[in-house]
Design a protein around this ligand. Structure first.
Ligand code: GLN
Length: 545
């Protein structure tokens, strides 16, 4: 709720915040990420953000890189008000060029040589009184020679009035600039990527020394603030409903609600018949007995499996049927809970719907997509219909995934759940290729259970980002107990990835695969072969349907 006045205590009002203005670089979110790793709170907004509409004052501003050239007629430019704010500004790549251009619009040109990849940076220090100590501040505690990572084609032709050069490379004579009087800095390289090994220290110098931002962004602080925020938002009697899946995001969100408003939060778990083996039962135990969450489990497996019957061709149909049935079941349950709430004298009507939206979803919807592309307004993931006319409450919308995990640990959620691999909404229905029948569900579940159990036993669960067994819609011949069998084939899939946009298959050793294969063929009735999927993403997807 970056600029939404309805939110009583958003983090940027309580934590010192560095604002990243995004010009569309693929690394912009990493700037925010690195700052938070330094315990400095940071938020990202599109470069077109009007400062008069911001409603809060950042401790410092970072202008990101971007794919445009500042001298293009339709190039994006920052609101010039930012230069009047008297707060420190750091421009990175396009951001540096934007600062220079803003001071003198003749000094950015297309370079003769593009520069992508590693470069050696020479830091220039200015000791004399005329330039003042702050021009050296960005490179404090850094060596005079630094390895940096570049990705640019344009460069400064001359230094703008009032600035000094603080770093150079062979190809970029103005790889770092600083204003003599104001706290205005620009660097041509990218400190936010890991290819600039000391980049994080440079960002720390900017945020902590130059901007004087407090390093108080910690999850335990966030928990207290967030609980206060939820209480203020929902009020004394307000009630909230939300779906949980047993995944880390919905569990953490639910636990936070429970801490804030107790039983006035109603969690609903829809058993769609295509959850993992014993999952509904396990989630129920953990959430109710373990975490004290007010949970209703709705067993709708027959309704779901009934509707999945006969769908053999198009996986999209499965997804739709499951999505629509989910909404139907959830709404029915919500009505029942609302009726009970209405009759209770202790609490008000249900007005709120909990959503487990994370910061990457928010970033995706606000990141700057270019002068011609309209910026998408934020859409909420989760797909519950507007007809429910509930207000949204999204306690995780400021957090990255690893922050959610840390928060989960802080809230006492068991390790197993905090590190749970992602599981798709349509469940194992999209891991059963072809028709989903109760018998196919049994086979896929049992095989998956064995695979995951062995991954955990081998200590590989956290190394692997996502793993599962899929059931292929084919039959193969085998011999079992001297008898010819004609049974089904299980495909194992396990991938490593950091962002789920690209992924590589996990290189298990042969002994491991041998063991898993032997167990599945022996223990799961109906399977006579096991194969391992060695397709990376792209061209493959992580799920099979
Ligand atoms: N388009 C600009 C250039 O090529 C900025 C590039 C960037 O920000 N990575 O120099």
């Amino acid at each position: 709720m970056a600029t939404d006045g309805s939110d009583p205590i958003p983090p940027h009002k309580t934590f010192d915040t560095i604002l990243v203005l995004d010009f569309g670089s693929q690394y912009s979110h990493l700037i925010t990420r690195r700052l938070r790793e330094l315990n400095v709170y940071s938020e990202m907004l599109p470069c077109t953000q009007k400062l008069s509409e911001l409603g809060w004052t950042p401790k410092g501003v970072i202008l990101s890189g971007g794919p445009y050239s500042v001298y293009w007629p339709d190039a994006p430019h920052v609101d010039p008000e930012v230069f009047k704010l008297d707060i420190p500004i750091l421009g990175i790549c396009y951001g540096l060029q934007e600062i220079a251009w803003n001071h003198d619009n003749t000094n950015v040109l297309a370079g003769e040589k593009r520069e992508y990849g590693h470069a050696y940076l020479k830091v220039e220090r200015h000791g004399d009184a005329s330039t003042g100590g702050h021009v050296n501040a960005l490179f404090k505690d850094l060596e005079d020679d630094m390895e940096v990572w570049m990705s640019h084609g344009d460069k400064l032709s001359h230094i703008p009035e009032g600035f000094v050069t603080v770093a150079t490379t062979d190809n970029a004579p103005f790889a770092g600039i600083a204003h003599r009087e104001k706290k205005l800095y620009g660097i041509q390289f990218h400190p936010e990527v890991t290819h600039t090994p000391k980049g994080k220290l440079l960002l720390k110098n900017f945020a902590v020394d130059i901007c004087q931002a407090k390093t108080n962004w910690t999850m335990s602080k966030f928990v207290d603030q967030e609980i206060a925020r939820i209480r203020a938002l929902v009020g004394e009697k307000g009630q909230v409903i939300g779906a949980v899946s047993g995944g880390v995001d919905s569990t953490v969100a639910a636990k936070l609600m429970q801490e804030a408003i107790g039983d006035r939060f109603h969690a609903v778990l829809v058993d769609n018949g295509v959850l993992r083996l014993n999952e509904a039962q396990i989630v129920k135990e953990t959430l109710t007995k373990g975490l004290g969450i007010n949970l209703t489990v709705v067993d709708a497996s027959e309704r779901f499996l009934g509707r999945l019957k006969g769908i053999t061709d198009d996986p999209e149909k499965k997804r739709k049927v499951i999505g629509n049935t989910f909404i139907e079941v959830f709404q029915e349950e919500a009505k029942k809970i609302a009726a009970a709430a209405h009759n209770s004298e202790h609490a008000g009507e249900i007005e709120w719907l909990l959503q487990g939206t994370l910061y990457p979803d928010v970033i995706e919807s606000i990141s700057f997509k270019g002068p011609s592309a309209t910026i998408k307004t934020h859409h909420n993931v989760g797909g519950l219909p507007a007809t429910m006319s509930l207000k949204l409450i999204e306690p995780l919308r400021e957090l990255f995934k690893d922050e959610v995990r840390e928060l989960g640990t802080n809230l006492g959620i068991p390790e197993d759940l905090v590190w749970r691999h992602p599981f798709p909404g349509p469940g194992i229905a999209i891991r059963i290729l072809g028709e989903v029948t109760p018998e196919q569900v049994r086979i896929a579940r049992e095989a998956d259970h064995i695979f995951i159990e062995e991954i955990k036993a081998a200590g590989l669960y956290r190394k692997i980002s996502q793993a599962f067994a899929a059931l292929l819609p084919v039959k193969a011949v085998g011999v079992m107990g001297d008898k010819r069998v004609h049974d089904q084939v299980i495909a194992l899939r396990a991938v490593e990835t950091t962002d789920f946009m690209t992924a590589d298959w996990y290189p298990f050793d042969g002994e491991f695969l041998k063991k898993v294969s032997r167990r599945i063929v022996n223990e799961v009735n109906g399977v006579c072969r096991v194969v391992y999927d060695v397709t990376s993403k792209p061209p493959g997807t992580i799920e099979m349907e």
